[in-house]
Design a protein around this ligand. Structure first.
Ligand code: G4P
Length: 532
């Protein structure tokens, strides 16, 4: 196979959802249909059971299990599909956001009874920032669900994306009869299922007016015909360009646990989902077809087991071929590094890989060299753009609790921030350090890891802050004025950029109104900086 063919057959995606919507179930079913596993239940769920806050070690243990499912690869219709797993716990949302920078498209799972939920909205915001193509799967139709037209309206309104239903449900809950597949133009009836296998429980009828269809659907047939007519007039035709631009989302209905609607979703996915696309760096655009290797680290997984302190850095390959034992240029340290045992992942197995292509993810063993956003090349100096930092929502002062260990504390905090566990802000006025997180658990994780990995002790003190925002302006006067007026609330982030720490929503609103020539950003791009 040529290099070009290798790239064009790759599809790298993430399945994302609000917890409990069915992400794990759907992912597993995609693997089942792709033949990567043969029986449901073979993939360990990365769903994190909800222990008490203090039980974060249990969560980390479960996360440890999920390292091997970080990337799941399978072949389907001559395509090589890489599914990038995302943590099932909301407190690790930032991990999920960063994973989204490494995919070329996403499948969003929505619970048909609940509709669009908080985490679905947030995840979609990240997709929108990057114009990531989206397919929506509305799940759990075997249970009582919202009206399908209402669900589509909700998606359009709440997720701010146009939709085109490519399948249509016939009833829901106890009266769920199946779906009409508009993409493949056939009726699929839902009856007894064998959840463990991929080929059970579907009766296909091509002609909607046939006696078979009329008998099977009964009363529901008329309603289906009416619905389909409405769909034809209300929704646009599927337009691949609009989908590629992240403006139009095809929608499928089904029931993942019953394998229903999953094959249709997968068939459509392999047909329309984009292969690896161009990436933007701080110097130029990179085409995946370029012969020289480029790639970036989007995730670092630390091992909390004291006997195995190694970390795995996940590298997304953006161009060229990644080869085992070949030296690559680590832009941040300006050093050549070679990797003797880069890993790929298949269901629950890890294996050493000799060659990987754009779209693939390799796991690199790391002893503390890498940080999130780092770039590998064959010598060129560039940094990939679009690995964002999100405005944290929870803040605490972090203080040294053991004055003898201040060096260890500084090193520990520095390395944990490199891993992207949380964000550190240093107040300009008094140099006090503030940790900002998206989930409460992160505070416990940091405290524990500082103690167990770095021998340092920290304590937290409360601080009432609403949001951290990065800001910029062409109006120097206004910027200076703002910095002077808000001096107590200005901090530096890890990269030395100014950040405004707003005390309240009201204070932020007032600042936005008063300093109208300043742009406030709630995400920043986490670019690599050289260790000069
Ligand atoms: P998540 O990864 O998005 O958090 O969700 P997950 O797949 O773990 O699914 C959450 C729950 O929803 C699971 O039930 C799962 O079995 C159920 N589920 C998934 N798809 C469907 C579906 O199509 N129909 C119905 N009725 N349920 C579905 P659970 O009770 O939490 O776990 P389990 O004991 O069944 O595994």
């Amino acid at each position: 196979m040529t290099f070009k063919q290798e790239i064009e057959r790759r599809r790298t995606l993430a399945v994302i959802a609000h917890p409990d919507a069915g992400k794990t179930t759907l992912t597993e079913k995609l693997l089942l249909f792709g033949g990567a596993i043969h029986i449901a239940g073979a993939v360990k769920s990365n769903k994190i059971l909800k222990p008490a806050t203090s039980d974060f070690m249990e969560i980390e243990r479960q996360r440890g299990i999920s390292v091997s499912t970080s990337v799941m690869t399978f072949e389907y219709c001559d395509r090589k599909i890489n599914i990038l797993d995302t943590p099932g716990h909301e407190d690790f949302a930032e991990d999920t956001y960063r994973t989204l920078t490494a995919v070329d498209s996403v499948i969003i799972v929505i619970d048909g009874a609940k509709g669009v939920e908080l985490q679905t909205r947030r995840l979609m915001e990240v997709c929108r920032m990057r114009n990531t193509p989206v397919i929506v799967f509305i799940n759990k139709l075997d249970r009582e669900s919202k009206d399908p037209f209402d669900l589509l309206d909700e998606i359009e309104k709440e997720l701010k994306i146009n939709v085109v239903p490519l399948s249509w449900p016939i009833g829901d809950g106890a009266s769920f009869k199946g779906v009409y597949n508009r993409f493949e133009k056939k009726l699929q009836l839902f009856y007894s299922v064998n959840k463990q296998k991929s080929d059970a429980g579907i009766l296909e009828i091509i002609d909607l007016k046939s006696d078979e269809a009329v008998t099977a659907l009964g009363e529901a047939n008329k309603r289906l015909q009416d619905d389909l007519e409405i769909i034809e007039t209300v929704y646009p035709e599927f337009d691949k360009t609009e989908y590629d631009a992240g403006k139009l989302a095809p929608v499928f209905f089904g029931s993942a646990v019953n394998n229903f609607g999953v094959r249709e979703l997968l068939n459509c996915f392999v047909e329309i989902a984009p292969y690896p696309q161009k990436s933007i760096t701080d110097t130029r655009e990179i085409s995946p077809f370029e012969s020289k290797l480029t790639g970036f680290v989007f995730k670092i997984h630390a091992n909390l087991d004291p006997n195995h302190r190694d970390r795995i850095a996940f590298l997304k390959i953006c161009s060229g071929v990644f080869e085992r034992n070949k030296p690559y240029f680590h832009v941040a340290s300006k050093k050549q590094i070679r990797f003797s045992s880069p890993n790929t992942f298949l269901a629950d197995k890890k294996s050493i890989v000799d060659k990987s292509f754009p779209g693939d993810i390799v796991g690199l063993h790391d002893t503390g060299t890498f940080k999130i956003g780092d770039t590998l090349t064959e010598g060129e100096i560039l940094n990939f753009k679009g690995i964002p930092n999100f405005s944290p929502e929870l803040f605490r002062y972090i203080e040294n609790a053991d004055p003898m260990k201040s060096k260890q504390l500084a090193k520990g905090i520095d390395q944990l921030m490199d891993e992207g566990v949380a964000q550190l802000f240093t107040l300009k006025i008094n140099n006090r350090k503030i940790i900002g997180c998206l989930g409460m658990l992160q505070f416990d994780v940091i405290q524990y890891r500082l103690e167990h990995e770095y021998g340092a002790k920290c304590k937290y003190e409360p601080i009432a802050l609403y949001k951290a925002c990065w800001f910029e302006s062409d109006d120097k006067n206004q910027l200076d004025n703002f910095m002077t007026r808000k001096y107590h609330n200005i901090a530096l982030d890890k990269y030395g950029r100014n950040v405004y720490l707003a005390d309240s929503a009201y204070a932020l609103k007032m600042a936005e109104d008063k300093f109208n020539k300043i742009k406030f950003h709630f995400t920043s791009e986490m670019t690599s900086v050289s260790y000069e």
